[in-house]
Design a protein around this ligand. Structure first.
Ligand code: ADP
Ligand code: ASP
Ligand code: MG
Length: 405
């Protein structure tokens, strides 16, 4: 079998952990498999590199940020290869560029356009373990890019597709995907399986256990993968195409995203085209907008509120500022405020009603104020005060009986 194993930052945090990864990889190879290993930077390294850049400049150049952030993974591939060598296992490290992970040039969140593989298959055929640096790719003209935070998940899933792997395993520091972040909700339950759509929503809405884009890629190319722990041998969570029985569960899980900023535009010109101008400008600036609310206009003046990822808030404010004269009526002002987005997700919501009522009632009973609401077919999100985020997750989790029985 061809097996792709991805080990995240905590799984390679120090030399003992790297040895642990190497022995797991060795065991997988000894069982007769061809093994491709994708590793992340050691826990904390990427954050530290980015923080260094940000202490030199408030908004560092994104090409240079990628040049910098990509080095964390390069350290780990070499260390992992060396650890494998010490156990007598033939292994070779490869950067993203060396295995031809071709991306566009959207630095810091580049998209994979192709994986050419380099000599990956040749190395596997020669019996070597190939250890690939996650998170990084390369543009056609040789610039190093990164795939967005948590992007090693994407590297692994895309490589699994590229080498037509039989198994793709995402090893992390929890036993699988839970009904909520087990660090926040003590009685969260591990899911045996979850559909791509639910995993994608949870990931997009803040469950950092999987990078959202990686799930999107897996869904598109039908790459089944398993999330499991590098610290034990417990079965993990299988992420795959939905099957009919999955709809029986109304709420599969709860997610929170504490990195959201609420942007309030006051004093807008209440006339056709204002919203179009705003969202075109935000779109052009590559800002992802969510939870849009516009009030009923009065006296030719309207107000609008929406949320953006906090990382995009600066870009959003700049974009709005650039079209200010086109959209402002009287006393135009922009206000921003950090919020948390708490969401419940489940494909069962398609066929069950009353979920919103139950959620809002639970929040009301807990005294949690709802600032904004947005819904889709399989999720309900509310914006709440950042300080209330964890409590709101626990309240929602309990309201839908998701705790361990
Ligand atoms: P890695 O470094 O292995 O990529 P991450 O830190 O990116 O690991 O993701 C694992 C973490 O995701 C867990 O430690 C857990 O706290 C968090 N997490 C958030 N939501 C969930 C969830 N629903 N199920 C499991 N883990 C979750
Ligand atoms: N090291 C990168 C990050 O911290 C990629 C990853 O860990 O998946 O975002
Ligand atoms: Mg991760």
């Amino acid at each position: 079998m061809i097996i792709v194993q991805k080990y995240g930052g905590t799984s390679v945090a120090d030399l003992d952990r790297i040895r642990n990864v190497a022995s797991r990889v060795k065991a997988t190879r000894d069982a007769g498999n061809k093994v491709v290993v994708v590793v992340s930077a050691r826990a904390g390294v990427t954050n530290r590199l980015i923080a260094d850049a940000k202490s030199l400049a408030e908004h560092p150049d994104s090409r240079e940020l990628d040049m910098l952030a990509s080095i964390g993974e390069q350290e780990t591939i070499a260390l992992t290869a060396i650890a494998l060598h010490s156990m007598g296992v033939p292994a070779v490290s490869r950067t993203g560029a060396q295995v031809g992970i071709k991306t566009d040039s959207e630095f810091t969140k580049a998209r994979i356009v192709d994986i050419t593989g380099g000599d990956l298959n040749k190395q596997l055929d020669e019996g070597k373990v190939v250890i690939v640096a996650g998170f990084q790719g390369v543009t056609d003209d040789g610039q190093i890019t990164t795939l967005g935070r948590g992007g090693s998940d994407l590297s692994a899933i895309a490589l699994a597709k590229a080498v037509n792997a039989d198994v793709c395993q995402i090893y992390t520091d929890v036993d699988g995907v839970y009904t909520a972040d087990p660090r926040v909700v003590k009685d969260a339950s591990k899911l045996n399986e979850i559909s791509y759509d639910e995993m994608l929503e949870l990931a997009s809405l803040g469950s950092k256990v999987m990078q959202a884009r990686s799930v999107e890629f897996a869904k598109k190319h039908n790459v089944v993968f398993e999330v499991r722990s590098s610290m034990n041998n417990n079965p993990g969570t299988i992420v795959k195409e939905e099957v009919a029985s999955m709809e029986d569960v109304v709420v599969r899980g709860v997610a929170a995203d504490k990195n959201q900023t609420k942007v309030v535009l006051l004093g807008l010109n209440d006339q056709p085209g204002t919203a179009a101008k705003i969202f075109n400008a935000l779109g052009k600036a590559n800002v992802n907008v969510d939870m849009i609310v516009q009030n009923v206009g009065r006296d030719g003046i309207a107000n609008m509120t929406f949320t953006v990822p906090t990382d995009d808030a600066f870009k959003a404010e700049k974009a709005i500022d650039s079209i200010k004269d086109d959209i402002a009526a009287k006393n135009f002002r922009t206000m921003t405020d950090r919020v948390a987005k708490v969401s419940v997700v489940g494909i069962g919501m398609r066929s069950h009603s009353g979920v919103a009522a139950d959620l809002f009632t639970a929040f009301a009973n807990a005294g949690i104020n709802i600032q904004l609401i947005s819904t889709s077919e399989i999720k309900i999100s509310v914006a709440v005060e950042v300080e209330k985020a964890d409590e709101a997750v626990r309240v929602a989790h309990a309201a839908f009986g998701l705790g361990q029985a």
